[in-house]
Ligand binder design. Sequence first.
Ligand SMILES: [Fe+2]
Length: 409
Amino acid sequence: MIYALSLVILILLFAAGILFKKLYALRLERSSVESAGRDNSLKTTWGKFDELLTSLLTIHEIGIVNAGTIKKEDFYQTVVECACELISSPRGSLMIHDVQTDELKIAASKNISKEVIESTRIKPGLGIAGRAFQTGETIFVTDPQQNARYKDFIGKEEQLEPFIAIPLKLKDKSFGVLNLHLPREKESFTDYDLKFLTLLAGETAITLENIKLYESLENFYLEMVQTLARVIDAKDSYTGDHAGRARKKARRLAEELNMPDQMLRYVEYAALLHDIGKIGIDGAILSKPGKLTHEEYEEIKKHPAIGYQILSPIHFLGPVAQMVLYHQEWYNGMGYPEGLKGEEIPLGARIVSTIDAWDAMRSDRSYRKALSLEIAEDELTKGAGQRFDPEVVKAFLKLERAGWPPFVK
Ligand SMILES: [Fe+2]
């Protein structure tokens, strides 16, 4: 995995180098033309450089720095906004190729009607966008109505404006198209507009690839860890998918308790991984049917700290390691490992603790049958303010009684 990451970083550095080389070439071009005395029109171009750099940095910031937390849709939207801003275009769209249906679909847009967004499906090779996608060449259309390739695709007034279609490519393979309509005050795109948009499309492609790589690494890692969590559940005499159940409920409960969007994912992972530290505990103790001795109990109590040691070096898991470390703390301060109290315990850990206890009560174990719904509810209510956070228990029981309604977000 380290090798794959280094490779990704090398590719990104190389690509960034090419981009900045292109930028530098543009600057040189600018200074030579300026010395020829045509500086009036170039004053605006110089201002555009600032805008271009700002756009490139915004895209870089969103895609690279926030990789792992940004949604692809938000990234696409930023690209469209930046591109429209850069050439003062009133409207634009970003189309992505759907490999399954072999169609280009609008993934983000500015000032395009909902009807057009939903109905636009273009096969590679068809229309202007489809042609730009297939050939990998930028295409500019001055009068869409007169263009045989495009006229069948015109359904709305807004599609009559001149526009440019720039393919989004990575390693010479198109994966989408950026369409921008001409600013009203302009008759045509300038050379600089085209160069700027090409640079922007290049940065978009590289950044998107980075997001994808990051996501696939993250998914790969999570799948591995999920398998591990199942192994631990089996070792811990759980039947069925304890970690999987806990994971879904934890995310929904975190949402119910108004946790910020980016935290929902972390709570979900904490629920999945909370007992990962049991990997370091003797299986004979974990599956012992009878009462544990003092020493055995002390051994079990090490699992949150072992889990923390395993998870804390993993950057993309953010606060998950802390939630895992404190999932056995009690609201009244009587838990372990540190005896934290009330809100000293991270909310994610209080959520995991409630869900874990509920699932343990409601599951058949190798040494006892599952508790009935009434008894489990009673136990949880009795534990509110003692072991569990009363607010978390209240929200949990509300969701449980409502049959876990789907996510709002
Ligand atoms: Fe635990």
